[in-house]
Design a protein around this ligand. Sequence first.
Ligand code: NAD
Ligand code: DAU
Length: 352
Amino acid sequence: MILVTGGAGFIGSNFVLDWLAQSDEPVVNLDALTYAGNRANLAALDGDARHVFVHGDIGDRALVDGLLATHRPRAIVHFAAESHVDRSIHGPGAFVKTNVEGTFTLLEAARGFWNTLDGAGKAAFRFHHVSTDEVYGSLKPSDPPFAETNPYEPNSPYSASKAASDHLVRAWHHTYGLPVLTTNCSNNYGPYHFPEKLIPLMIVNALAGKPLPVYGDGRQIRDWLYVKDHCSGIRAVLAGGRVGETYNIGGWNEMANIDIVHTVCALLDELRPDPAGPYARLITHVTDRPGHDRRYAIDARKIERELGWRPAETFATGIRKTVQWYLDNAAWVANVQSGAYQDWIGTHYSAR
Ligand code: NAD
Ligand code: DAU
């Protein structure tokens, strides 16, 4: 079996659902159920004995030790993190706590467990760390995309905490021999994306007739990858990646935020037209994010060359599926828009 951390969040829940759709290898899913974790993402697995959900913190060493000793996983796939850049600007402490200290605790527990394995078990074990392209910093318009060899230049508390966790993972391999893999991925989108992030926020605000807040001039560029392609990339690296290596995962799809927002609006105009007029009328430019990285782009040739992975979805196919998913899952959206969610929207957007 495998141990997944953060498997009730956006990418982790997609990963667990896809894993169990393709294999009968059980999953132990450790998640603290922060505001971003949602058991409803995993409702399709209710009653499925292949999925063991554990409500707990990766920073709880005794809990993690007990899970490893009991379930004896052949791999850990580590998603658990605080993941939102804007929240890291308002309150960086939780990011250091989970992303840095939590990863440290998980690594130490993994090392302790790994040391109890026999030779074959030790060789087969993997610690797969799921990280981000944001650790590489910001690109100029003419710069080549991020390669795995780029220096780390994180600019936000979030990306600095992820960079720190990447360094710990690297060191646990070089110093202790722990068989690690790290993947650095670009911006994901798709089902179960929490509506604090750009694409789901634009969809739910548009449907509610609320302003679509675009930071600054909206010309910041991100590379966008459909979440299920990220999951297949992780599976490919877990199965065949070289121990100690890092692999960039991306969609070969650089787009400016304002173009993303117009694409979402056009799809909604087609699929759920608003009698009041085109959704783009709601676009509102607001104060920029402090320290906002201007451009990310991913060179994903290494994972393609070594493991034959390429994204299956184009942006056109992936964003259509995504918008349709939000239209079909209004109950999920209503469920996550709790009181705490309203507090965040009020705190973050009211003064912009
Ligand atoms: P998310 O915020 O949607 O989910 C994070 C999950 O981790 C939640 O279920 C939360 O409850 C859980 N969690 C948080 N703190 C925890 C703790 N201390 N112990 C146990 N569980 C805890 O995040 P996401 O967007 O799904 O991202 C998952 C991972 O992928 C993160 O490590 C993130 O840095 C990385 N990543 C995300 C993206 C993206 O576009 N979203 C891109 C590249 C990499
Ligand atoms: O690049 C990978 C990263 O992508 C992940 O590591 C992070 O976990 C994930 O949250 C994401 O980070 P971003 O900061 O790029 O995502 P976000 O959806 O917050 O913002 C995307 C872009 O849209 C960014 O340039 C900021 C902008 N934006 C965002 C929001 C929420 C707006 O213009 N308005 C908004 O209201």
